[in-house]
Design a protein around this ligand. Structure first.
Ligand code: HEM
Length: 499
């Protein structure tokens, strides 16, 4: 017993001294970059588990300025809270910050680190992103808009079926966003298969975000203990992998080079061409395609759904904006035809409303963490290779030095008659992040949010369930910022209301 206590005390003393030494070294490594004092071993981990992390990071700028240093367990982290800093890192010095930090958990759930969103900046990853981007572009040129319009019309039908009863629209948005990706990726599927992949995607993100899973990345010692949350996550991953493998196999067997209909067919074809060319062999494999498919489902479901849900929540609070958008749509389109994506140039108020929702509630408020691929610098501070960088997009969008009344929902800020103010507002906006790791689905997300909302706001008046019972606008922050659940009544307008 005595020797165990002695061992523990010696271990603690060495750890504390080691920490102190490391801190002195770190002080030099990061110049005079400010940041809170770090505890031995765990560093500033208590900050990481703050429930409103992006808001908390923004608050820390009052003490430390827009760039500061934290230590999470064994990881050095630098948080960027302004659009200038985010653009300096991710656009101007994009190669220096294109990496992703190693994550034990991400490795476990991505066929051994073959992930697109969380994969590090390696030659195989660059090819994986290029291949996915090319397949995406081919679909964009094809019938992507038709898929989104069909889905918007189906959503309106579902809404009509509610007959004005109070409903929570968040799940419908999520399911229909997932259906768009599914139709684009695999073509028509029956509704039970879509529901299966949708529910699995949602469950996976939820289980992956659990504190008891996330902490494994920062305190490796905890990996030796049994972990029920991790076990559930892995069983969800097994379900996901079986679904994706089955779909890939079906498309591999039925694919014909002259008839490439769906995104997975393009991806498999590009992979085949690549593998055939031995000179370019960078280790790209079917597992990379598998994980890219998974990431498009994960990346494109809850983010787009959150944006649509937030827009509805803001419009409930500001019914005069809802009426103005309906009026704009009726003037330009009316009920005789359905909205198309090219209408966006003629519907500036709707476009500005979507942009303002993205500013106030950027769906992925802390983007995804980046890592410095080499020794570099930011705003004059040295940044050693391996430092994790967190771009606080929410912080940049609430930066009081850049935005007038940053907490107010004011679409007009993107419609300033003075061109330079409007340009300045767009420049300070980074909802899809930027640079080499910027959102791969930005074009689809923009098209989807515009077409869904143009259909809904033309066809329905959205009301709270009872007069005055409005949604809580404080966010629930995770990888995605969600609105707390709320219900609405969808009353058909115009031609529909007479039917
Ligand atoms: C409103 C909707 C969306 C928002 C606000 C959004 C935002 C973001 C952000 C902030 C990132 C992180 C970029 C970084 O690490 O710097 C990201 C990454 C990503 N997004 Fe989106 N996204 C949206 C919709 C979509 C859609 C529809 C898809 C695909 C169907 C998609 C696929 C991806 C992928 C694959 C990545 C990883 C890119 C990489 O690591 O190279 N996203 N997104």
């Amino acid at each position: 017993m005595f020797s165990a206590v002695l061992f523990f005390l010696v271990f603690l003393a060495v750890a504390l001294l080691g920490r102190r030494h490391a801190r002195l070294l770190r002080g030099k490594a990061y110049g005079d970059m400010p940041g809170p004092w770090a505890l031995p071993l765990i560093g500033n981990l208590s900050h990481m588990f703050h429930p409103d992390l992006p808001v908390h990071f923004l608050k820390l700028t009052e003490l430390y300025g827009p760039i500061y240093h934290l230590r999470f367990g064994n990881k050095d982290v630098v948080v960027l809270n302004s659009s200038d800093l985010i653009r300096e890192a991710l656009t101007r010095k994009w190669t220096d910050f294109a990496g992703r930090p190693y994550s034990f958990v991400a490795n476990l759930i991505s066929l051994g680190g073959r992930d697109l969103s969380l994969g590090d900046y390696t030659p195989a990853w660059r090819l994986q992103r290029k291949l996915t981007h090319m397949a995406f572009q081919r679909c964009l040129r094809g019938d992507m808009e038709q898929i989104v319009r069909n889905q918007a019309q189906r959503l309106c039908q579902v809404f009509r079926g509610y007959r004005g009863e109070p409903v929570d629209v968040a799940r419908d948005f999520s399911l229909h966003a997932c259906q768009v990706i599914s139709a684009m990726m695999f073509g028509p599927l029956d509704s039970s298969a879509i529901k299966e992949i949708h529910d699995c995607t949602i469950e996976l993100v939820e289980r992956w975000s659990a504190v008891s899973v996330q902490v494994l990345d920062f305190l490796p010692i905890l990996r030796v203990f049994p972990n029920a949350a991790l076990r559930k996550l892995l069983s969800c991953v097994a379900k996901r992998d079986a679904f994706v493998q089955d779909m890939m196999k079906k498309h591999e067997e039925s694919r014909h080079p002259t008839e490439m209909r769906y995104m997975v067919d393009h991806m498999l074809q590009i992979l085949q061409e690549h593998v055939a060319d031995k000179r370019r062999d960078l280790g790209l494999s079917p597992e990379h395609i598998h994980m890219a498919i998974v990431d498009l489902f994960i990346g494109g479901t809850e983010t787009t759904a959150a944006l649509l849900t937030w827009t509805v929540a803001f419009l409930l609070h500001r019914s005069e904006i809802q009426d103005r958008i309906h009026h704009e749509i009726m003037t330009v389109i009316g009920f005789d035809r359905d909205p198309t994506y090219s209408d966006r140039e003629h519907l500036p108020y709707l476009s500005a409303t979507i942009t303002e929702s993205l500013r106030l509630r950027p769906s992925a408020p802390l983007a995804l963490p980046h890592v410095a691929t080499r020794d570099t610098s930011l705003s004059g501070f040295p940044i050693p290779k391996g430092t994790t960088i967190i771009p606080n997009l929410y912080g940049a969008h609430h930066d009081g030095s850049k935005w007038d009344c940053p907490l107010e929902f004011r679409p007009e800020r993107f419609l300033e008659s003075d061109d330079s103010s409007s340009y300045e507002a767009q420049r300070n906006l980074v909802p899809f992040s930027c640079g080499a790791r910027g959102c791969l689905g930005e074009a689809l997300a923009r098209m989807e949010s515009f077409l869904f909302l143009a259909h809904i706001l033309r066809d329905f008046r959205i009301l709270p369930p009872l007069s005055g019972s409005l949604p809580d606008l404080r966010g629930q922050f995770g990888t995605v910022v969600h609105c707390k659940p709320f219900t609405v009544r969808l009353l058909p307008r115009g031609a529909d209301s007479a039917a």
